[in-house]
Design a protein around this ligand. Structure first.
Ligand code: F6P
Length: 357
């Protein structure tokens, strides 16, 4: 009988800079401990079909320098498929996998947590550019995403100023505004709108008007895609993905906001004459925030998390999520991580508000 220990690894949900660094850390650590690592393709889809390949040292050589994931990803939800969980169990048995390292956000880790409760050996690795997972100080991918968004917003200042325009910049962040807040603060956005702190359209448009009246002819507004105007719910009728997440691009948030602000200012008779032709533009940063090479911080954090996941597997310590806590990599409670969301704190938003003028 083959006594070689084998473990599976998968990446699920939206891709994220640093995924390959995690894979490398985990594979290096497991191989050194004599454990074979089977890379499942396309997230939970691979755990259902068994499609994948064994990863050797040469497969992971240098991959921490690249974005995306060498294993592919998908938003396949095992729990939405008839007999899905039992199929995963059977596939793991068939492949001889004693456990799985699941790298993902709340959706992917939620599936891992349910499988864990059914008695399967799981180790979670928290991943999302949105940085909204609890039990870890920060998620890898967030640093890259915020730096990309910051650079884009930096660039928008000069063109907005030259044309005396208001530009609405939409960042990712479907439930929370970590990316918008950090990138907006760093790039000196004049107003930052995030789901945690709703504002009314009147407050927003009056803010742009007040800047204009004070001689500040251009305005940069950074908005997180999950933001909703106070008192209005424009997300209710949107389609959903397999995990019940609303498909937010369908609501055209930045486009609608910029058109509403333009109309409101042009049609306000109390505003100076030049406002009759006031112009707004919008930019949706979208997947640019997730693409390309990870920053140094994300490569190192991803690698450290991967190594810890590999160590836990080598020790047969399953059932937890690896996490960053006060600059140490620790084992954290998977159950808590998937049930509590990390929002932008009131203190941080209040600090950012100091520059809203
Ligand atoms: O993974 C998180 C995320 O990047 C969100 O910020 C965003 O709303 C979503 O993924 C986009 O998903 P998709 O790549 O499926 O369009």
């Amino acid at each position: 009988m083959d006594k070689t220990r084998k473990i599976g690894i998968l990446t699920g949900g939206g891709d994220c800079p640093g995924l390959n660094a995690v894979i490398r850390g985990a594979v290096e650590c497991c191989l050194n401990a004599g454990i074979h690592v089977y890379g499942l393709y396309d997230g939970w889809k691979g755990a259902l079909t068994g499609e994948g390949r064994y990863l050797n040292y040469s497969d992971v050589d240098e991959i921490q320098t690249t974005g995306g994931t060498i294993l592919g990803t998908s938003r396949t939800n095992v729990m939405k498929i008839d007999g899905g969980a039992e199929t995963v169990r059977a596939r793991m048995q068939q492949l001889g996998l004693e456990g799985l390292i699941a790298i993902g956000g709340d959706d992917t880790l939620g599936v891992a947590n349910t499988l864990r409760k059914m008695g399967l050996n799981m180790i979670g690795v928290p991943k999302t550019i949105d940085n909204d997972l609890s039990c870890t100080d920060v998620t890898f991918g967030f640093d890259t995403a915020t730096n990309i968004a910051m650079e884009c917003i930096d660039r928008l200042h000069t063109t907005a100023e030259s044309h005396s325009r208001c530009i609405v910049v939409e960042c990712m962040g479907r439930h929370t505004g970590h990316i918008a807040l950090h990138a907006g603060l760093a790039a000196n956005a004049h107003l930052i709108l995030i789901p945690e702190f709703p504002k009314s359209f009147r407050e927003i448009s009056d803010f742009v008007k007040s800047r204009h009246v004070r001689g500040k002819k251009y305005t940069i507004i950074v908005v997180a895609e999950g933001f909703e105007l106070a008192g209005a719910s424009n997300d209710a009728n949107l389609e959903e993905d397999a995990f019940g997440n609303k498909l937010l691009p369908q609501k055209d948030l930045a486009k609608n906001l910029s058109e509403m602000i333009e109309d409101d200012i042009r049609n306000d008779d109390t505003m100076p004459e030049d406002c009759k032709n006031f112009e707004c533009r919008y930019v949706v940063l979208g997947h640019i925030q997730r693409g390309g090479a990870p920053t140094c911080a994300d490569r190192v954090l991803g690698f450290r998390l991967g190594v810890k996941a590999g160590q836990l597997a080598a020790n047969g310590e399953y059932g937890n999520m690896v996490a960053l806590s006060s600059n140490s990599i620790v084992a954290a409670d998977l159950d808590r991580a998937v049930t509590e969301r990390k929002a932008v704190s009131p203190e941080l938003y209040a600090a950012a508000e100091l520059i809203f003028r």
